[in-house]
Design a protein. Structure first.
Lengths: 217, 432, 315
C-alpha cells in the first residue's frame, strides 16, 4: 500500500471513528454508574427536643394524667404507713406501686421510700435534716445529698438549659432550665440508655467492608 | 528598519504557517493524532458529565478529598520543573551538544504546565468562579495561601518558557541571531523558577499541620529529586522517539548526559526514601498510621500496598541499571527510564496524595479508587498533553532544521516534497 | 484537535484532488461534530448559574443595599426550588461576644441526636449525606482517635467501657482552613465563628485537606433537602441551601446564636452534655465551666490551632 493510500485509509477510519463517537455521546451510551442505596430520612424522634421523661410539673403543665400524683385517693390521711422489709432490710414495694422500680443508689442504699417521702404527709418530700418540700421543689431535695451536681445545676451547667445564652442574670424567662426529674427518674435515677440514631453513610459505599479485628485495643 | 505593521504581519504569517504545518504529516502522524484526539474527546465528554453532576462522579469523598487529579498535577509539575535540567548544562556549563535540545525540553515544560492547569481546573468544584483568583478583581490570598503562590509560579513559568521558546524559534525562522539580553536573563530566571515551582507545590502539602504524613521537611527535597529523575527520563525517551520518526539528528552523547542527571537524581531519591522509612518506622509514633496504611495496610485496608511495593521495586531496579555501565546501552537505559517514570508516578500519586487522607484526622478509614469517569478525564488530559507536545515538535523541528523559514514563505506545499512519502521534513529546500 | 486538512501528497503542484478535499472535509466535519457531541451532557445543566450569581461580589465588599438584593435573590431561588418562602437574613456579629463551646464527656451518651438536629436546622443535604457533627465512640482511657469507632450501632447507648466524643468545627483561634483558602472564601468573624461565603468558594477543597478535625464538608453534587424538612429561617453565612461544588461546615448555628439563642445541637441533647455561650461574659455557663472544672481537652492542641471547643469530664 503506498503512502497516499495509507493516509486515505487512516483519515477515513478517523472520520468514521469521530462519527461513531458523536453518536455514542448523543445517545448517552455510558456514564450511568449504579446509584448507591437511598439513605432513609431520620425518624423525627431523633430531632425532638423532648427530655428523657416528664417531671411532675411538666406533666401538670402539659395537661397529662396526674391522677397518680394524688396520694390520698388510696391512702388515709393521719394514718402513718409502715414499710414492708425483707430479710436483708430492703423495702418490698407494694403491688399497688409495682410500676415503681427502686434503684436509687448502689447496693440499694437509698431505696427506703421515706428517705425522701414524708410519711406523715405523703404529698410532701422531706430532707434528712427535716425540711419539708413540695413535690415541685424536688431539686432542693436531690441537692441535699448531691451537692456538687446541684451547684452545677444552679449555674446552668448540669443538665440542659435551653433558650437564650444571651440573658442577664435573673432573666429567667429567657431560659428553660430543666429540673432533675425531667431527666432522672427519682426512684431509679441513672440516666436511661436509649437507641442511638443511625450512623454516618459514606459517599461511595464500599462493595463489602473488609473484615477487621476489634479496633478498641 | 521594518515597520511595526510589517513586523506584525510577518509574525502572524509565522504563526499561521506553524498552525498549518500541525495538520500535515504521514499516516503515522495522523494515526497518532487521531487516537489522541479520540481520547481527548472521551475526556471532554467525561468532564462534561462531571460539570453537570458534580465531583460525585469521581471516587473522591470528604475523607479522601484529593485524588488522581491532584496526583497527576503534582507529577506533571515535576516534569515541567525538570526541563530546567537541560538548561543548566547548556547555559551554565556551556554544553553545546545539548543546545537545541533545550528547546525540546522547554516545549515539554510548556505542555506539562498546560496539563497541570488542566488537572487543577477539572478538580475545582466551581470552575466558573475562576475569576475569584485574579488579584485585584477577586480576592487573591497572597502571601497567605500556598495555592496562591502556586498560581503565580506556574503561570510565570509558563510565560517564561513560552517566551524563551517562542523567541528562539521565531529568530531561527526569520534567520536572525537572537538578542542575548532578550532571552539569556530569562533562561537563568527559569532555572531558579523551575526549582521554585516544584518547591511551592511541595509546600502545598508540607504546610498542613493536621496531616502528619505530609507535614515533614523531607517532602520538598523528595519532590525535587523525583522530578529530576522522572523528567529527564521522559526527555530521554522523547528524544529517541523524535530521532525515530523525524530525521532530526540527536547524538547519543546528549542522551548519556541526561542519563547522568537521572542517575544522580535517582540515587538521591532512593536515599531520601530510606530516610523517610527510617523516621516513620523506627520511632513508631501515632503519626505512622498513614505510612503503615501505605506500606503494610491498616485495620484490614490494604489497597495501596501492592502499588507502593511495585513502585519501590521499579525504583530500585532502575537505580541498579543506572548505576551499572550496562545502562550506557540504550536498550537498558530505556528500561531504566521507563521503570523510573512509572515508579515515581505511582509514588507521587498514590504514594503521596492518597495516604495523606487515610486514616482521616479523626481516625476513620475510607479508601479511594478513581472512578471510570475520573480516569477518562485524566486520560483525556494526558492525551491533550501529548497532542500539544506533538504539535509543538511538529512546528519546532522544521524550524530548527531550517526547513520552515521566512525565506520559503510563499511555497504552497508546506514542508512536504514531491516524493511518495510525505514524511516529515524531506525534500523541502533548506533555508540556510 | 487534529481535524486534519492535509494537502494530498501526489500532485507535485500542491493542488488538492477533489477526492482528497472531500476526505479532508469529512474528517474535519466529523471531528467538529464529535467535539460538539462530547459536550452533550451539558444540555442537562439548568439553573446552574445566573449572571447575578456569577458576578456577585465578595461578602465583605457588599454594601447593605447590594446585600439586600442578594438576599432577595436567594429568597426567590429557594422559593422556586422548594415552594416555601424562606426568611433570609444577614446577621452581623454581636459586640463583646466570643463564642465558646464546652462539651461534658461524662454526660454524652452517644445518641447522635445532635448530629440529626444539626442536619434539620441547617438544611444539610440528606442524600448524599452531609453531617457536620461526627460522634466517636472511644474506649475508656484513650484519646487516640484511631481507636475511635464512627459507625457504632448497638441496640442502646451508652455502652459500658466507652465514652462518646462528638467532633465538629472547633472554630479555632488560629484556623488552618482560613490560612490556606486561595480566594479568602472562609474567614473568622469577630465573635469567633469561622464562616464561609458559599457564593465565593471555588471548591478547591484545600481547606478540607488542611482541617485537622474533619470539620469541613464539600457538596459533591447538588444537595437534596426534602421540602417538608426545610428550615425556612435562614441566614446568608449560615443555613441557606448551598449550591453544588462548595464547602460548608458547622457555623455554631449562626442564624440562632447571633440572635442570642442556643445552637440546635445543644437544644436537642437529652443529657445536657453541651454548653455554649459568651466566654467574655463572666456570668455565662461556659465561663463557669472554664473557671471551675479542672481538666480540659482541646483536641490536637499541639497543632497550635487553639480551638474554641473544650471537652471536660465531671466524674
Amino acid at each position: 500500500m503506498n503512502a497516499a493510500a495509507r493516509i486515505s485509509w487512516v483519515l477515513t477510519g478517523l472520520s468514521l471513528a469521530f462519527l461513531g463517537l458523536s453518536a455514542a455521546f448523543c445517545l448517552d451510551l455510558w456514564g450511568h454508574p449504579a446509584k448507591a442505596p437511598p439513605i432513609p430520612l431520620v425518624d423525627t424522634n431523633f430531632i425532638s427536643t423532648a427530655t428523657a421523661r416528664m417531671s411532675a410539673a411538666d406533666l401538670t403543665r402539659s395537661g397529662g394524667d396526674t391522677s397518680g400524683l394524688d396520694c390520698y385517693v388510696c391512702h388515709e390521711k393521719k394514718k402513718p404507713l409502715k414499710l414492708k422489709l425483707d430479710a436483708e432490710g430492703n423495702v418490698i414495694v407494694d403491688k399497688a406501686h409495682d410500676d415503681i422500680v427502686m434503684g436509687h443508689g448502689r447496693h440499694k442504699r437509698n431505696n427506703n421510700c421515706f428517705n425522701c417521702h414524708d410519711e406523715t404527709n405523703l404529698e410532701l418530700l422531706q430532707t434528712r435534716d427535716g425540711r419539708q418540700l413540695k413535690i415541685v421543689e424536688s431539686p432542693a431535695l436531690c441537692g441535699s445529698c448531691h451537692g456538687p451536681t446541684y451547684r452545677d445545676w444552679e449555674a446552668g451547667v448540669h443538665g440542659r438549659t435551653s433558650g437564650y445564652w444571651k440573658r442577664a442574670p435573673g432573666e429567667t424567662d429567657k431560659m428553660d432550665r430543666k429540673v432533675c426529674t425531667s431527666c432522672h427518674n427519682p426512684h431509679s435515677p441513672p440516666f436511661p440508655s436509649r437507641q442511638p440514631a443511625p450512623g454516618p453513610h459514606s459517599l461511595h459505599p464500599p462493595a463489602k467492608p473488609p473484615a477487621q479485628p476489634e479496633r478498641n485495643d | 528598519m521594518t515597520s511595526l505593521k510589517t513586523k506584525t504581519k510577518n509574525y502572524l504569517v509565522f504563526l499561521w504557517r506553524c498552525a498549518r504545518i500541525a495538520f500535515v504529516g504521514d499516516w503515522r502522524y495522523y494515526s497518532w493524532m487521531g487516537i489522541l484526539s479520540i481520547i481527548v474527546l472521551l475526556g471532554i465528554n467525561a468532564y462534561a458529565r462531571q460539570f453537570v453532576n458534580g465531583l460525585i462522579t469521581t471516587g473522591m469523598s470528604d475523607q479522601v478529598s484529593w485524588g488522581v487529579y491532584i496526583a497527576n498535577f503534582t507529577f506533571m509539575v515535576g516534569v515541567a520543573a525538570a526541563a530546567a535540567m537541560l538548561v543548566i548544562p547548556v547555559y551554565i556549563y556551556n554544553n553545546k551538544e545539548l543546545h537545541d535540545l533545550v528547546i525540546f525540553g522547554e516545549l515539554l515544560a510548556v505542555a506539562a504546565i498546560l496539563m497541570c492547569l488542566a488537572f487543577v481546573t477539572v478538580d475545582l468544584g466551581r470552575p466558573d468562579r475562576f475569576w475569584h483568583l485574579i488579584p485585584g478583581i477577586g480576592q487573591f490570598n497572597f502571601p497567605g495561601s500556598m495555592l496562591s503562590w502556586d498560581v503565580i509560579v506556574l503561570n510565570g513559568y509558563l510565560l517564561l518558557n513560552v517566551h524563551i521558546c517562542g523567541y528562539l524559534l521565531y529568530c531561527r525562522y526569520i534567520g536572525k541571531r537572537p538578542a542575548t539580553w532578550f532571552y539569556i536573563p530569562f533562561v537563568f530566571i527559569a532555572i531558579v523558577w523551575a526549582v521554585s515551582i516544584h518547591t511551592v507545590t511541595a509546600f502545598l502539602y508540607v504546610g498542613l499541620g493536621g496531616r502528619p504524613f505530609w507535614n515533614s521537611s523531607i517532602v520538598g527535597p523528595r519532590f525535587l529529586a523525583s522530578a529530576f529523575t522522572a523528567g529527564p527520563a521522559l526527555i530521554i525517551l522523547a528524544l529517541q522517539i523524535i530521532r525515530r520518526v523525524t530525521d532530526y539528528r540527536i547524538g547519543d552523547k546528549a542522551l548519556l548526559t541526561l542519563r547522568s542527571i537521572v542517575q544522580v537524581s535517582m540515587l538521591i531519591n532512593v536515599f531520601l526514601l530510606a530516610n523517610e522509612i527510617f523516621k516513620e518506622f523506627y520511632t513508631r509514633t501515632s503519626h505512622v498510621a498513614s505510612s503503615n496504611y501505605l506500606y503494610f495496610g491498616l485495620h484490614g485496608y490494604h489497597a495501596l500496598v501492592p502499588w507502593i511495593w511495585t513502585a519501590i521495586a521499579f525504583n530500585f531496579v532502575s537505580m541498579a541499571l543506572l548505576i551499572l555501565p550496562l545502562s550506557k546501552s540504550l536498550k537498558y537505559l530505556n528500561i531504566a527510564c521507563l521503570l523510573a517514570i512509572v515508579g515515581i508516578w505511582i509514588e507521587k500519586g498514590m504514594g503521596l496524595v492518597v495516604p495523606g487522607f487515610i486514616p482521616t484526622p479523626l481516625g476513620e478509614m475510607v479508601e479511594y479508587s478513581p472512578s471510570v469517569n475520573e480516569t477518562l478525564v485524566c486520560l483525556g488530559i494526558w492525551a491533550f498533553g501529548l497532542l500539544t507536545y506533538t504539535i509543538f515538535l511538529r512546528m519546532a523541528i522544521p524550524i530548527l532544521q531550517g526547513r520552515l523559514c521566512q525565506a520559503n514563505e510563499g511555497n504552497t506545499a508546506p514542508a512536504i516534497g514531491s516524493g511518495q512519502t510525505p514524511s516529515l521534513g524531506h525534500g523541502q529546500a533548506a533555508c540556510h | 484537535m487534529s481535524d486534519a486538512k492535509p494537502s494530498s501528497a501526489a500532485p507535485p503542484s500542491g493542488e488538492v484532488s477533489r477526492r482528497g478535499f472531500l476526505r479532508n472535509s469529512a474528517v474535519l466535519a466529523s471531528g467538529i461534530a464529535a467535539l460538539a457531541a462530547s459536550l452533550a451532557p451539558l444540555r442537562h445543566l439548568n439553573g446552574y448559574l445566573s449572571v447575578d450569581q456569577f458576578l456577585q461580589k465578595y461578602y465583605k465588599e457588599l454594601t447593605p443595599k447590594e446585600m439586600e438584593k442578594v438576599l432577595d435573590r436567594i429568597t426567590r431561588e429557594v422559593e422556586q426550588q422548594y415552594q416555601i418562602r424562606p426568611h433570609v437574613h444577614d446577621y452581623k456579629p454581636l459586640d463583646g461576644v466570643e463564642f465558646v463551646y464546652c462539651l461534658n464527656l461524662t454526660r454524652c451518651i452517644g445518641c447522635r441526636k445532635c448530629v440529626h438536629a444539626c442536619v434539620a436546622e441547617n438544611n444539610q443535604s440528606r442524600d448524599p449525606e452531609i453531617q457536620y457533627i461526627r460522634v466517636l465512640k472511644m474506649p475508656h482511657g484513650s484519646l487516640d482517635m484511631e481507636k475511635g469507632d464512627h459507625n457504632y450501632a448497638p441496640a442502646s447507648v451508652p455502652e459500658k467501657g466507652f465514652f462518646y466524643m462528638p467532633v465538629q468545627c472547633q472554630q479555632c483561634k488560629n484556623p488552618p482552613c482560613v490560612k490556606v483558602c486561595p480566594v479568602k472564601a472562609t474567614w473568622q468573624e469577630t465573635d469567633g465563628i469561622t464562616v464561609i461565603d458559599y457564593n465565593w468558594c471555588i471548591g478547591c477543597r484545600y481547606c478540607e485537606a488542611a482541617c485537622p478535625y474533619f470539620a469541613r464538608r464539600f457538596n459533591w453534587t447538588k444537595p437534596s433537602i426534602p421540602k417538608e424538612r426545610l428550615n425556612p429561617e435562614m441566614s446568608y453565612l449560615g443555613n441557606r441551601p448551598r449550591p453544588q461544588g462548595v464547602m460548608e461546615k458547622c457555623h455554631f448555628c449562626i442564624q440562632r446564636t447571633r440572635q442570642g439563642r442556643y445552637p440546635a445541637c445543644l437544644e436537642v441533647c437529652p443529657a445536657g452534655a453541651r454548653k455554649f455561650g459568651n466566654v467574655l461574659d463572666p456570668d455565662s455557663e461556659v465561663s463557669y465551666i472554664l473557671k471551675t472544672k479542672r481538666v480540659f481537652i482541646q483536641l490536637k492542641e499541639e497543632l497550635g490551632t487553639s480551638p474554641r471547643f473544650f471537652y471536660y469530664f465531671d466524674v
